[in-house]
Design a protein around this ligand. Structure first.
Ligand code: AMP
Ligand code: ZN
Length: 437
């Protein structure tokens, strides 16, 4: 019988044993943190001079939150907690503005991360017989290299092609019979839109699964990827501050992402009061890493909005699940005073079968008013020269959007392949208002 777990003991331990393990590991993280100039003072200020000052898991609430700006301030070495000669790797975040955030890993840290990515891959149904084409960027970004080691550890045949070069992606997929790909959801859609142009059909491939992550995407996008390719797609969540991919991963049940609680301590808080909120309610995810010595990070405000899914998963894994990321606390748009999350727009348009695989949201200032423009590509067979058909479709999109976000955007319809595509994370929102709008 094929073992459905990578590490049955840890993945299915009872909650009490899990909490004991978490406390043990939290203490280790705090011990490391006390070695850094950054945390030493912060922890001392709240009366934590040694790891033994933490008596139970709720004591974590004494520790102040850590923000991205804190990590930037610690650049480049302020958060290195191990001796320089023990550190074997660094990664930096893809931060679009200003100083990046850096994390370090010892060999032991890397081994623990690899173990976790292996677990994630197994939970999404990957097996050593699979051929794994890694279309995620390799480099300082953690997406590519993170799953790479887990995939090798599992014993899959790994094709480390990295992102871009669509023609070569197709050729490798065909010639080597790729069964699993790892990519951003936007790249999966782009790939499909280019298949015909490069002379391929689905029957050229043996693809079974896509592991998609690194950027927000709706259930509608997942379904689109699954239908277009005739495969299963699984959601993969991570961030460089917490190592990268494999913080949370969907198992084969596709009922939310298991956040690996033996390795990360999670809290979901109200983004304004910073108080913990009940399961099922949406708030900001706060994470502490429990498996890294070289860069300990405690109570990190991820800015990602999610909720803890109540109840147990039928797969038997003990780690609680989080819902699909609904957006970031900093990606909410305020359009003429109305709050709009890009994810709300995506959900509406991607439900409409006429809509193609790419879209963009543009916000402009017109006089004193904000104008929201939704640009979408429509399917090749839908795009027509008949202006009346296009007008009707446009009007339906506007109606559907108004019903969801309460304001009427301008909708522009484009031919497939016209809107820009990014090699890494998709840029869906272009805010041309300047300032904070
Ligand atoms: P980076 O540190 O550059 O890898 O970026 C991490 C950020 O990417 C996270 O904080 C999320 O905002 C986003 N992200 C990663 N994976 C997902 C996912 N599966 N769904 C939604 N957003 C994601
Ligand atoms: Zn599960």
């Amino acid at each position: 019988m094929i073992d459905l777990y990578h590490d049955r003991e840890v993945e299915t331990m009872d909650r009490e044993a899990l909490r004991a393990l978490q406390l043990l590991r939290l203490k280790k993280t705090v011990s490391s943190a006390l070695k850094t100039p950054f945390y030493k003072n912060r922890l001392k200020d709240v009366g934590i001079k040694s790891a033994e000052d933490l008596k139970n898991l709720t004591d974590i609430k004494k520790i102040p939150f850590t923000t991205k700006d804190d990590l930037r301030e610690a650049y480049p070495f302020g958060l290195m907690a191990s001796d320089r000669d023990e550190v074997v790797r660094m990664h930096a975040s893809s931060g679009t503005t200003g100083t990046p955030t850096v994390i370090y890993q010892t060999q032991g840290d890397l081994d623990r991360w690899t173990d976790l990515t292996t677990r994630s891959l197994v939970s999404a149904g990957c097996r050593k017989e699979d051929i794994f084409q890694n279309m995620m960027t390799y480099g300082l970004f953690t997406g590519g290299i993170g799953l790479h080691y887990g995939a090798e550890n599992l014993g899959m045949l790994v094709i480390p092609v990295s992102s871009g070069n669509t023609k070569r992606q197709f050729q490798l997929m065909k010639d080597f019979g790729t069964t699993v790909v790892h990519a951003t959801p936007s790249y999966m859609l782009y790939l499909h839109s280019k298949m015909e142009e490069y002379g391929y059909t689905l029957s050229d491939f043996r693809l079974k699964k896509a592991l998609v992550g690194a950027e927000p995407h709706s259930e509608e996008i997942r379904e689109k990827i699954e239908t277009l390719f005739g495969i299963d797609a699984y959601n993969s969540y991570g961030l460089s501050e917490m190592n990268g991919p494999s913080v949370a991963f969907e198992c084969e049940k596709k009922a939310g992402m298991h956040l690996w609680e033996d390795s990360y301590l999670m809290e979901v808080v109200d983004e304004n009061t910073l108080e913990e909120i009940p399961d099922g309610e949406t708030g900001e995810l706060v994470l502490s890493i429990l498996i890294r010595t070289a860069t300990p990070i405690l109570r990190y405000r991820t800015r990602d909005l999610t909720s803890i899914i109540p109840g147990k998963c039928s797969c038997g894994r003990i780690s609680r699940r989080i819902s699909r990321i609904k957006g970031r606390t900093d990606d909410m748009l305020i359009i003429n005073g109305v709050n709009v999350f890009p994810s709300q727009i995506e959900e509406v348009i991607m439900k409409m079968p006429e809509i193609g695989t790419n879209y963009r949201i543009v916000v402009k200032k017109e006089g004193i008013l904000d104008r929201l423009i939704v640009q979408t590509e429509v399917g090749a067979s839908i795009f027509s020269d008949d202006a009346r058909d296009m007008n009707k479709l446009q009007k339906r999109i506007i109606d559907n959007l108004r019903a969801s976000i309460t304001i009427s955007p301008t909708v522009e319809l484009h031919e497939p392949g016209v809107l820009p595509v990014q090699e890494g994370k998709a840029i869906r929102v272009v805010d041309e208002r300047g300032g904070n709008g």
